[in-house]
Design a protein around this ligand. Sequence first.
Ligand code: HEC
Ligand code: HEC
Length: 277
Amino acid sequence: MEFGRRTLLTGLGGLVLAGGMTSVAGNSLAAGQTQPGGRFEQVGGDHGWKPHKLDPKECAEVAYLGYWHKDYGCGYGAFYAIIGLMAEKYGAPYNQFPFAMLEANKGGISDWGTICGALYGGVSTFSLFWGRKEVRPMANDLFRWYETAKLPVFDPGEKALGFKGSLPQSESDSVLCHISVSKWCYVNKIEAESKQRSERCGRLTADVAAKTAEILNAKIDAGKDYKGVFPVQKSVSYCGECHQTKGNEANWAKGTMDCTPCHSGAKGTMNKFKDHP
Ligand code: HEC
Ligand code: HEC
């Protein structure tokens, strides 16, 4: 696909005008404004797209199909379920997005097991519409829900594409692909490279997309007043009293992930380089 100046003008142009930036063409820029198209200038403005409400149930179904589409995986499925659905319903600018780039998130980014790709797919949609301050409580809600929810919930029934039948649910305590997948596989004695595991992640992608849509809808209703509903994890507030408090001699810890799975001395995190099968 050609994504040149012409596409931008026809595809995103309407949005630029709707955003009130009528001085795109010509030399009528106000003092202090940089030329759009110059360094760091974003056509349509930063976070400039308009959000639309979506049906979480529909998002879940699309996310599941997206996960299996060309095997693009979790990040693609969750992101397409939001922005792809807006594209199907409203056209430009959503349909200009190169959705396939979300494939990078598969398996916690190129199978590195870092952030759950479905979470990245979901949370990154927020930043198309809102800046950091407003996205933070939305991201917190999505991530804390994910740490504590028993997943997967979504069940495609007869339409299952990887594995038919019910699957065990588990609470990951972590937003990381590695921890989420490995714990589930270990507890249920299911191979990480199995169809059941792929199916589990496909269904979980559907759950994440539905939750993302719920948060998006709530944010559209609440506007700047959106506060979020999930409390800070007990560990983060407790450990954070010293490790994340400005001026404390032990203020060293970055992040908002639940500290427990990695720092509670659980059996799985003990030394495995010694006396281990
Ligand atoms: C009352 C303050 C305080 C709280 C609460 C606290 N820490 Fe610490 N922590 C410290 C201090 C001070 C050190 C440095 C100790 C040293 O240098 O030996 C430290 C060291 C550490 C270290 C590195 C050294 C080690 O012992 O492994 C880790 C990891 C750590 N804390 C994690 C945590 C976690 C996780 C929690 C929550 C369960 C937590 N801490 C709660 C004060 C605190
Ligand atoms: C995904 C696992 C994971 C999570 C979640 C996590 N940590 Fe860590 N943390 C680590 C690892 C691994 C290190 C490096 C330990 C090392 O190599 O000594 C570390 C290092 C630290 C250190 C520096 C001390 C050291 O030994 O290097 C502190 C302090 C710390 N973590 C506190 C926290 C706190 C507080 C939280 C929760 C807000 C948290 N961590 C969440 C895995 C984690």
